[in-house]
Each structure stands twice: as C-alpha cells, then as structure tokens.
Design a binder for this molecule. Structure first.
Ligand code: GTP
Ligand code: MG
Length: 200
C-alpha cells in the first residue's frame, strides 16, 4: 500500500457516532500498551497521527482514520490492563463488542500481541469470540526489536503452539525498525480488497 494521505476522522463510543460506513475498514485490537497506536502510525508513515503513550490505557475511544480517502483504519482501546479505572473497563467490553459485531464495512481485525509474552486467556477468548462471527484475525507480534533475531524466532514458535496456529500466520513487527510493515499491509489489503472484489 502506498500511503498518499492519512487523516483522523472522528472518535466514537456509540454506534451513532461512527462515521458513515463508506469504505472497507481494518480494526486494531490488543492489550493496553501493546503498541496498537504505534503500529498504525508506522503503517501510515506518521510519527504522531495516532496518540501513543507509555501509560497504558491511553486510547479509550474508538478512533477512526482514513487512508488515501478509501481505506478506514480503526484504533480500538486496549483490554486487560488492571490500572484502567473500573468505570472505563466496564464500558470497554460493550463498546468494542458492539463495534466488532455491527460494523458492516469491517473487513479485517488485526490482533496485536507483544512478541515477548505468551498470549493468555484474553487473546484466546478474543480469537474464539471472533470465530463465532466467522472472523479470522490477522495476528501480529510487535516490539520485535526488543528481542534478538534468534529469540524472536523461538518466541514465534512458542506463541504459535500456544495459540494453535502455524508460525507463518504470525507476523513479526516493530514500530521502531518498521520490520514487518509490508507484510501487515499485504494481509490487510488481502482481507479488505479480496472481499470487496467478491462482492462486485
Ligand atoms: P493503549 O492505547 O494504552 O491501549 O496502548 P497502545 O496499544 O496503543 O500502545 P502505544 O502504541 O501507545 O505504545 C505503548 C508504548 O510502547 C509506547 O511507549 C511506545 O513507544 C512503545 N512501543 C510501541 N510499539 C513499539 C515497538 O515496536 N518497539 C518498541 N521498542 N516500543 C514500542
Ligand atoms: Mg493506543
């Protein structure tokens, strides 16, 4: 994907606040602080289009961005971080579930995981829940720059076994070095444009 333009569209909590569903959409999910917002910035070649933070729970709304005026990217708030206030956590589930269930133009869900951590029950539940809706997430292992080349290959094997998926299904990524950026874009493009072609 050659990114010519990338703009923030709007933030939403409720369905009626979503922008009109005009373009194929890819959403980015994962635990708080895993690097979702940084990954989107890397994909669109911008340092600060999406706000990132060392403090978990930075993104608390559903944020919509538009790339090249024809692809929509959605930054979802992170889950599973205990320090996020209870009031926010109580909202998170329904807000994100409603979005994932109801958004007609949603064509790709990218699940971002930290390469250094074996995924837990939250990730497995999320993948199982997506399968209920016939969705297979694109799986990305980020912060790969924090491990040596050999260590990241080993971790990818271990994470593949933990999730019961082939290693090839796990894309190693780094927002720092941009490792894996073309692979993530290709996976998104395959998901969003193939489906659109089938609909033609
Ligand atoms: P929430 O919005 O709080 O859920 O977080 P997030 O998943 O959007 O994470 P964010 O992109 O804000 O990044 C969290 C922290 O991790 C920041 O300090 C980033 O600089 C750092 N970070 C993100 N991606 C990478 C990466 O690939 N490598 C390294 N070394 N640091 C990263
Ligand atoms: Mg964020």
């Amino acid at each position: 994907m050659i990114v010519k333009s990338a703009e923030f569209v709007t933030s939403a909590v409720k369905t009626r606040q979503y922008p009109e569903a005009l373009h194929p959409e890819a959403a980015f999910a994962g635990r708080s602080n895993v690097g979702k917002s940084s990954l989107i910035n890397t994909l669109v070649n911008r340092k600060r289009l999406v706000r990132t933070s060392a403090t978990p729970g930075r993104t608390q709304l559903i944020n919509f961005f538009i790339v090249n005026h024809n692809v929509s990217l959605v930054d979802l708030p992170g889950y599973g971080y205990a320090k996020v206030p209870v009031s926010v956590r109580r909202h998170w589930g329904p807000m994100v579930e409603t979005y994932l269930k109801s958004r007609q133009t949603l064509k790709a869900v990218v699940l971002i995981m930290d390469v250094r951590r074996i995924p837990g029950i939250e990730e497995q539940n999320f993948i199982d829940w997506l399968h209920l809706y016939q969705r297979t997430p694109i799986l990305v292992l980020t912060k790969a720059d924090k491990l040596s080349k050999s260590a990241r290959i080993k971790q990818r094997q271990a994470i593949g076994s933990a999730l019961g998926v082939k290693e090839a299904a796990l894309i190693l990524f780094s927002a720092k070095t941009r490792l894996g950026k073309p692979e993530v874009w290709s996976a998104i493009e395959r998901a969003i444009f193939d489906e659109y072609r089938q609909c033609d």
